[in-house]
Design a protein around this ligand. Structure first.
Ligand SMILES: Cc1cc2nc3c(=O)[nH]c(=O)nc-3n(C[C@H](O)[C@H](O)[C@H](O)COP(=O)(O)OP(=O)(O)OC[C@H]3O[C@@H](n4cnc5c(N)ncnc54)[C@H](O)[C@@H]3O)c2cc1C
Ligand SMILES: NC(=O)c1ccc[n+]([C@@H]2O[C@H](COP(=O)([O-])OP(=O)(O)OC[C@H]3O[C@@H](n4cnc5c(N)ncnc54)[C@H](OP(=O)(O)O)[C@@H]3O)[C@@H](O)[C@H]2O)c1
Length: 463
């Protein structure tokens, strides 16, 4: 069966997963028109609000994503929040299919005593702050001399590096002024990263790990007593070049002469220490000590606690133990994994049946692990299924108001300040011009209201 109009598809979430999915879908044989929504005024998801500002090469992925949207065949509708500005039932009036690519923005929970003390933070919140996310306060309490970072993934490395770096070494990046001012006030001397397993189980990327060794005036310190390798570790080293490189870098650092540690700041990497408790010694409601439990490898790369505890005097603790996807209103959700219930991107109801016309991709599909590049292969799988399903158009093409103007009228009536691609281009130009005035490539605009005003041409150009 054929229909005499284009298929209308909504993609909710304009991070890399949503943009790749839109791009791949637009290149299929389907006659399709795509609207790409995001709750934020600016697109690009965690590439803009997660990737560290001192990683300009990775931030450059925005240029490739920008090119996709600049073609003009995918319509961006930013500053529209699914579940708030538009519901699932409403979207279904305008679209035949909806692809969710809403990612993950929250920290996974860590249930240990004291985790709610003052001075205990989630990495996701801190990342949002230093990357200029409009939904977090513009100041961050950086008062600690000694800081603990929990977790041994790349986010832990990002957080530890940004905390340890001298702010002048970030000044060439796009960090907003409030972030530079905040970091400048930080009295930090020691940043301790804690991995609950051994060096061969660390999830660091080799390049990101090696980068630590090149931070000006920061010594990286590891502890030989933390180095243990069981059978599982040996297998991991032998089967993964990445693990081999990480272990080599870490092992090389154990050979450093302590007399060479002369930097004003230190970044310590500890292994086989599981977080046990955050302790408030003086009863003022703030963390004074991180208590860890020494772990031992079980033989297969897993660990067990030994009962031996260590106290680390710290005034701030950042948990970087993974992100967690949020539930979307009326969309089936797996609360254990923090993902939309799905099979290869087809959204499933409680009986395991595909919910007609609903799909997902990216971190909200498979969980908050994987690089930007992985969201591309992910999107290919989801779009392949959408295309297969679209062959049965009698089931599929369900929108009752498919004309592209209908959703715009609906959102205008609801009073939503929708920002289209031309609006992002205004903000983009504004930020680049701010950067130019300061000899930098870009300086981010942070407040949401200001982003909206610039994007909608309501704010006069600065000179
Ligand atoms: C701190 C950090 C640093 C990282 N650094 C790197 C790196 O250097 N290199 C690398 O390859 N990978 C990196 N990653 C991984 C990379 O960011 C992810 O693989 C990728 O961003 C996941 O893409 P996504 O589109 O699924 O999610 P996201 O990038 O999170 O995009 C989701 C989008 O959906 C929008 N959204 C959410 N809810 C709604 C809603 N209700 N309505 C409308 N829109 C909504 C969000 O605003 C967001 O724009 C990093 C991850 C983190 C957390
Ligand atoms: N520069 C980059 O390329 C870059 C930067 C940032 C993020 N990313 C990517 O983004 C993804 C997410 O990164 P991530 O660092 O959030 O996640 P991650 O790679 O999954 O690392 C999470 C870390 O937290 C630890 N952890 C989990 N639960 C814990 C607990 N209860 N107690 C103590 N430790 C715990 C894990 O240890 P176990 O292994 O023992 O579970 C692991 O070391 C990854 O794919 C990452 O590579 C990439």
């Amino acid at each position: 069966m054929t229909i005499d109009r284009q298929l209308r598809v909504a993609v909710v979430g304009a991070g890399p997963a949503g943009i790749y999915a839109s791009d791949i879908l637009s290149k299929t044989d389907l006659d399709v028109s795509i609207d790409l929504f995001d709750r934020l005024p600016a697109p690009f998801g965690l590439v803009r609000y997660g990737v560290a500002p001192d990683h300009p090469r990775i931030k450059q992925i925005i240029t490739a994503l920008h090119k996709v949207l600049d073609r003009g065949d995918i319509r961006l509708l930013s500053n529209v929040e699914f579940g708030v500005d538009v519901t699932l039932d409403e979207l279904r009036e305008f679209y035949d299919a909806v692809i969710f690519s809403t990612g993950a923005i929250k920290d996974a929970a860590l249930s240990i005593p004291g985790i709610d003390l003052q001075g205990s933070y989630g990495a996701a919140d801190f990342v949002s702050w230093y990357d200029g996310h409009p939904d977090v306060p513009d100041t961050w309490p950086l008062e600690a001399q000694s800081v603990a970072v929990l977790g041994a993934g790349n986010v832990a490395l990002d957080v530890a590096r940004i905390l340890a770096k001298h702010p002048k070494d970030l000044l060439s990046t796009e960090i907003p002024d409030n972030v530079y001012q905040g970091l400048t006030a930080s009295p930090v001397k020691d940043v301790h990263v804690f991995a609950r397993r051994g060096p061969a189980q660390a999830k660091f990327s080799p390049l990101e790990l090696r980068e630590l060794g090149h931070i000006p005036d920061v010594d990286v310190i590891v502890y030989p007593e933390d180095f243990d390798f069981d059978e599982g570790s040996i297998q991991a080293i032998n089967s993964s070049n990445q693990t081999k490189q990480v272990v080599k870098t870490l092992t090389d650092w154990t050979l450093k002469d302590p007399a060479s540690f002369t930097a004003s700041r230190r970044l310590h990497l500890h292994f086989l220490h599981a977080p046990h408790e955050l302790v408030d010694i003086d009863g003022d409601g703030a963390v004074d000590v991180l208590r860890t439990e020494r772990t031992k490898l079980n033989g297969d790369g897993t660990v067990s606690g030994t009962g031996e505890q260590h106290d680390w005097p710290v005034q701030a603790v950042y948990r970087a133990i993974g992100y967690f996807g949020s539930e979307l209103k009326d969309v089936p959700y797996d609360a254990t994994r923090g993902v939309i219930t799905n099979a290869e991107g087809r959204v499933l109801d409680t009986t395991g049946e595909h919910v007609n016309g609903l799909y997902c991709t990216g971190w909200i599909k498979r969980g908050p692990v994987g690089l930007i590049g992985h969201t591309k292969s992910d999107a290919s799988e989801t779009i392949r299924h959408l295309v297969e399903d679209a062959s049965d158009l009698s089931e599929f093409a369900t929108a009752s108001r498919p004309e592209p103007t209908a959703i715009s009228e609906f959102l205008a009536e609801r009073g939503v300040d929708v920002i289209e691609w031309s609006g992002w281009k205004l903000l983009d130009a504004w930020e680049q011009s701010l950067g130019e005035q300061n000899g930098r490539e870009r300086v981010k605009v942070v407040p949401r209201a200001e982003q909206i005003a610039i994007s909608l041409g309501r704010q006069a150009a600065h000179v």
